[in-house]
Design a protein. Structure first.
Length: 308
């Protein structure tokens, strides 16, 4: 890349263009000395690139405006913003909601019990959580598969053995894995929250098939998942009143953490990086001024030698 750019413009840097007036050499990529074909080529490339970008932007926007679904309202999450961490009490409550409600249908196959340690639970608590589930393991010495209580290193078990079983139990619809759902859906946790709290009666003229429910936030409006979050649909160990919106908020925060467990570390790194790079930038700026000071304050004068 650099070599190509150098070949196109490099030869012109520092080149002398006919010595017109005081403009002796051009320290720039000024197009003055380019051949016609090069100018044409670069303008064509520019126009094509710009056009492609504009087209992509326009397509994205128009799809946004003409979709069949309602746009989720942007919620004031406590982890919004560059320097905010996740609300870990909320993540813990969200885990409780997943465990008591969503786990019946949705897998969370990329999250392991060890991931909970020091995030939502202590190590002992996480071990107890793991021990509550049975994990299929094996083969043992006789070649048989067996079930054993979970360990910290186990991943969350899936409610169904395979996709066909999941579909058979849900009217043909597949409850997707929730590990990455926040990153996998437009709107992220805003969408999850709106979806879980947005169930309504279908408007006039919308006919739903057997087993479908109406949710304006779901593309198309007809979703196979029924409303699952009602007041007191789950129980919190910390005594927080379990209203439907509280449950939805906590499970959305929990799913955000599942999708992006490194979020807190990343935010911490942002603070460090801004600190380090702004200090470095200040030093570099000072050093640059220092190095150029003698050049910039220099005055060149032509002093003719006087003829005697
Ligand atoms: C009774 C089973 C069941 C339960 C319980 C359940 N779901 Fe679902 N869920 C489904 C099914 C089935 C679908 C697929 C819907 C479809 O494709 O029409 C689904 C789809 C979803 C989707 C994806 C929507 C999309 O955009 O594709 C999300 C997110 C979701 N569920 C979240 C949850 C959460 C969070 C909970 C717990 C609070 C939960 N579900 C509880 C059955 C369930
Ligand atoms: C969790 O935190 C405790 C106390 O700070 C620490 O001793 C332990 O190593 C941590 N565990 C993990 C898995 O990070």
């Amino acid at each position: 890349m650099a070599a190509t750019v150098g070949r196109i413009c490099g030869a012109r840097l520092l080149k002398n263009y006919g010595l017109v007036g005081p403009q002796v050499c051009q320290l720039s990529t000024n197009a003055q000395g380019w051949t016609k074909s090069r100018k044409l080529l670069l303008s064509t490339l520019g126009v094509i690139g710009g056009g492609a970008g504009a087209l992509l932007f326009a397509l994205e926007q128009s799809v946004d405006a003409s979709g069949t679904e309602a746009h989720p309202y942007h919620q004031p999450w406590s982890h919004n913003g560059w320097f905010q961490s996740l609300d870990h009490a909320s993540v813990r409550r969200g885990y409780e909601v997943y465990k008591q409600v969503c786990k019946a249908c949705h897998s969370l196959q990329y999250v392991a019990f060890r991931n909970l340690v020091n995030v939502t639970h202590t190590e002992a608590e996480a071990k107890a959580e793991a021990a509550e589930v049975m994990i299929k393991d094996g083969p043992d010495e006789e070649g048989n598969y067996f079930e054993r209580p979970g360990k910290l290193s186990d991943y969350f078990p899936s409610p169904y053995p395979n996709e066909n079983a999941a579909r058979a139990a849900n009217n043909g619809a597949y409850p997707p894995d929730l590990s990455l759902i926040v990153l996998g859906r437009k709107g992220g946790e805003d969408y999850i929250f709106s979806l879980l709290t947005g169930y309504t009666d279908p408007p006039a003229g919308v006919a739903l098939r057997e087993g479908q429910n109406y949710n304006p936030y779901f593309p198309g409006g007809a979703i196979a998942m029924a409303q699952v979050l009602f007041d007191e649909a789950a129980e919190y160990s910390d005594g927080t009143p379990a209203t439907a919106s509280q449950l939805a908020k906590d499970v959305s925060t929990f799913l955000r953490w599942c999708s992006e467990p490194e979020l807190d570390d990343r935010r911490l790194m942002t603070i460090k990086a801004i600190g380090i790079f702004s200090t470095l930038a200040a030093i570099v700026y000072y050093y640059k001024r220092h190095k150029w000071s003698s050049l910039k304050s220099r005055k060149l004068a032509y002093k003719p030698v006087s003829k005697k």
